[in-house]
Design a protein around this ligand. Structure first.
Ligand code: PA5
Length: 416
């Protein structure tokens, strides 16, 4: 489903070296490492699991106009990415039957928290706290505010009924859920945070937003069954380019709906590969907007960049440029042309310019913006990321470097 076009990178690669990169061993290592983990998630997803998630989502939708999702990193980026990609970056502003969804617990800003509370206003709300460890400080603190708000608004029974917990078995949140009687959903123990979008972590907020989670998982399954070669090609190309001095990968897309998937991708690749003083630095650019901010650097700055473009074969809509009015520019010639043709032309123009400026460009071709292609992309990226990390000799799982700041914060706050 996800196709990889490397013609824009070939001029920067030695093809015989590319074919000499061994992706079989990393793939085997991966399967051995995660025999029952996220690798098999798409084939394990079944009607019972789907129905359980949909039942909870229905209860939330029936009872609330707002769902607040508390979580950080892999505990919120995937859900936010899916909602923006599949529905709209303006999801909350749309007229719809499903609840607004706000994300909090991903920072410790009082202003941000207060604004979310103001946005909820007098509307009925529920909370889904998502934390694998159950002890991430930003999320745990936000939870305290929202528990107080739920209690104040709905009393002890309302707090019990309206707080939904997604966590690992045995975590402090799991213990709290059992003690206080909240509805909880356990994450598969062997699936790490940034690999958890296709579990209840991502699927519950998506189902609340009205996304067809079965279609999403079908897309992931198809990718799981057919996409191994393409994922390995992407992994091998980026590792080859890295070896030739391209230390930064700029993922770029001409569809603003992709932006949060770019944020999710940054976490996935950054935390999986950035270890042992190695790793490609993952950056994301929102084109055309960032062509007018980062574009100058990409074209003429230090030559340590590689780019990966994501494009869609079929646009969601294709409005045509209106005519009639008088404009004093040449652009009037484009009257009647669809915006998709303009966007595709911009992508072609940028690709040519950047390759000419010394930036290799790899393209990922996606059929359309849909629930199925979201599932496919998520699976494609998780597989290629893990293979890429293993090619470079680091363990894609775990994030020991993130612990350093957490330890310091606990010490500064006198919690250790
Ligand atoms: O990939 C990971 O496991 C991490 O980045 C987590 O997603 C992030 O730190 C949040 O952790 P938790 O879900 O335990 O609150």
């Amino acid at each position: 489903m996800i196709k990889v076009n490397i013609d824009g990178a070939l001029g920067f690669l030695n093809e015989s070296e590319l074919s000499s990169i061994d992706t079989k061993k990393p793939l085997e290592d991966l399967k051995a490492l995660y025999e029952n983990g996220w690798i098999n998630l798409p084939s394990q997803f079944d009607a019972a699991y789907s129905d359980e998630i949909k039942d909870i989502a229905k209860k939330i939708s029936d009872e609330s106009e707002v769902l607040v999702v508390l979580g950080i990193g892999g505990s919120y980026l995937g859900a936010r990415a899916a909602i923006e990609y599949i529905i709209s970056p303006h999801y909350n502003a749309l007229s719809k039957k499903t609840p607004d969804i706000y994300f909090a617990g991903n920072n410790a800003s009082g202003a941000y928290l207060q604004q979310i509370i103001e946005l909820i206003g007098t509307r009925d709300f529920s909370v889904n706290v998502v934390s694998k460890s159950g002890s991430t400080i930003e999320t745990a603190i936000a939870l305290r505010f929202f528990k107080a708000l739920l209690t104040q608004r709905y009393g002890a029974q309302g707090l019990k009924d309206r707080l939904y917990i997604t966590t690992d078995k045995g975590s402090p949140l799991h213990l709290m859920a059992e003690r206080e009687g909240h509805r909880y959903l356990l994450m598969p123990a062997e699936v790490g945070g940034r690999y958890s979008v296709l579990t209840v972590v991502g699927l519950l907020p998506c189902a609340v937003a009205g996304i067809d989670i079965d279609a999403m998982m079908k897309g992931a399954k198809e990718e799981f069954e057919t996409g191994e070669e393409n994922a390995c090609l992407y992994a091998a190309v980026r590792q080859m380019l890295y070896r030739s001095g391209k230390k930064i990968e700029m993922l770029a897309c001409f569809e603003p709906a992709f932006r949060y998937l770019g944020e999710w991708w940054k976490q996935l690749f950054g935390e999986s590969e950035g270890k042992e003083h190695k790793g490609i630095y993952p950056a994301y650019a929102d084109y055309s907007a960032d062509l007018h901010s980062l574009g100058q650097y990409v074209q003429e700055g230090e030559r340590t960049l590689m780019e990966t473009f994501v494009s869609f074969a079929k646009p969601r809509v294709n409005p045509v440029i209106p005519g009639g009015a008088i404009h004093f520019d040449k652009i009037s010639k484009l009257e009647g042309m669809g915006l998709n043709e303009i966007n595709a032309s911009a992508s072609k123009a940028v690709k040519k310019a950047h390759i000419g400026g010394g930036v290799p460009v790899t393209e990922l071709l996606v059929p359309e913006l849909s629930a199925a292609s979201f599932g496919a992309l998520a699976y494609f990226f998780m597989r290629s990321c893990a293979v890429s990390a293993l090619i470079s000799g680091v363990n894609p799982f775990g994030q020991p470097g993130v612990e350093a700041y957490k330890k310091n914060l606990f010490a500064i706050l006198g919690l250790d």
